[in-house]
Design a protein around this ligand. Structure first.
Ligand SMILES: [Zn+2]
Length: 343
């Protein structure tokens, strides 16, 4: 399996985030991607390719243009306003406030285009976002050209980003962009299987009213887990999308027995939908030692995920999402891929 990777992700580093009452170094850090890349090499998964530059036309198919135009301007506006450190949003147009008037200052714009303070900017953040998008698009090209699968080693991740907002370490929703691109290239139906520990709220929002992209999400129950405000089992899609969104919220402590059963159910629904391509939002923060998550999957479980997905027998694009147990992130992420290759 080919991996696509860009060193430009490393420019998005040293950013801070607010967790449990403290401003701390971001858990979403450059070593994550480097350790996965090293494991791809060590396991001999296949060649590691640099991404080709893509324009943002495919991104604009799922993201609002004003949001895409905003992202490259964040750091210049932040610097021009005389601030230093990480650009972090802190005010949001929630219930009772106006979300329809685009404000003018950088502090206000950061809140206008986000749902939390988890998507901060440093000087190299936009270049990293763009390189992550290029990685996803190049890997999608490889699958479109006929390969059975490809691995987009994206960083930053994407599945929390919606049509017009960032959040949860995510800016451009790489999996959603790729799914839409496969549709635009002629695939009649595409499925997105999100196995990250957290609900892919952005992906759900983008396709919620559509029947041509099925979205399946396995995640921590939003009653107790981030992102808290989406991801319940009764969210089944709306309008033409009714019946094409499937959520599997699970409690803290979920282990392979329950999680694997949910994966089996999701794969059965996926197969019944008969997609032409599968996009996997590959997060490995379901791992028992993940510092910000509460599931109990073990390293030996990850190849089983890959084998189950391989059994679908469909062209598959793996897009890297979360996973914060840095020492094991390579073992677990590449474990899924080697499981797939062997399955
Ligand atoms: Zn996650």
């Amino acid at each position: 399996m080919k991996t696509v990777f860009s060193p430009l992700h490393a420019g998005h580093g040293g950013q801070m985030e607010l967790v449990a009452g403290a401003i701390v170094p971001g858990f979403e850090k450059p070593s994550r991607a480097e350790i996965v890349r090293a494991r791809v090499e060590a396991e001999g998964l296949g060649p590691i390719l640099a991404p080709e530059t893509h324009d943002l036309a495919a991104a604009a198919r799922v993201h609002r243009q004003d949001y895409l135009d905003f992202l490259p301007t964040v750091w210049p506006l932040w610097e021009a306003s005389g601030k230093s450190g990480s650009a972090i949003p802190f005010t949001w147009p929630t219930r009772g406030l106006r979300g329809d008037v685009r404000p003018k200052t950088i502090d206000a714009l950061l809140g206008f285009y986000s749902f939390d303070g988890g998507a901060s900017f440093v000087e190299g953040t936009w270049e990293a976002i763009k390189s992550s998008y290029d990685v996803a698009m190049t890997a999608a090209d490889i699958v479109k050209a006929g390969e059975r699968a490809a691995f987009a080693l994206c960083r930053p991740p994407g599945h929390h980003a919606g049509a017009a907002f960032m959040g949860g370490y995510c800016y451009i929703n790489n999996a959603a962009v790729a799914a839409q691109w496969f549709r635009d290239q002629g695939a009649a139906r595409v499925s997105i299987l999100d196995v990250d520990y957290h609900h892919g709220n952005g992906t759900q929002e983008i396709f919620y009213k559509r029947g041509d992209v099925q979205v399946l999400n396995l995640h921590g129950d939003p009653m107790t887990e981030y992102p808290f405000f989406l991801g319940h089992a009764d969210e089944c899609g709306a309008g033409e999308g009714e019946g094409f969104n499937h959520n599997y919220p699970m409690p803290f402590g979920t282990d392979w027995e329950s999680w694997g059963a949910a994966l089996d159910d999701a794969c059965a629904k996926l197969q019944a939908y008969r997609p032409e391509v599968v996009v996997v939002s590959l997060g490995v923060d379901t791992f028992e030692k993940d510092p910000i998550s509460r599931f109990k999957l073990k390293s030996a479980d990850y190849p089983k995920i890959g084998r189950r997905i391989a059994a679908l027998g469909l062209p598959t694009l793996f897009v890297m999402e979360g996973g914060y147990a840095v020492d094991e992130i390579g073992i677990n992420a590449v474990g899924v891929l080697t499981g797939f290759e062997g399955g």
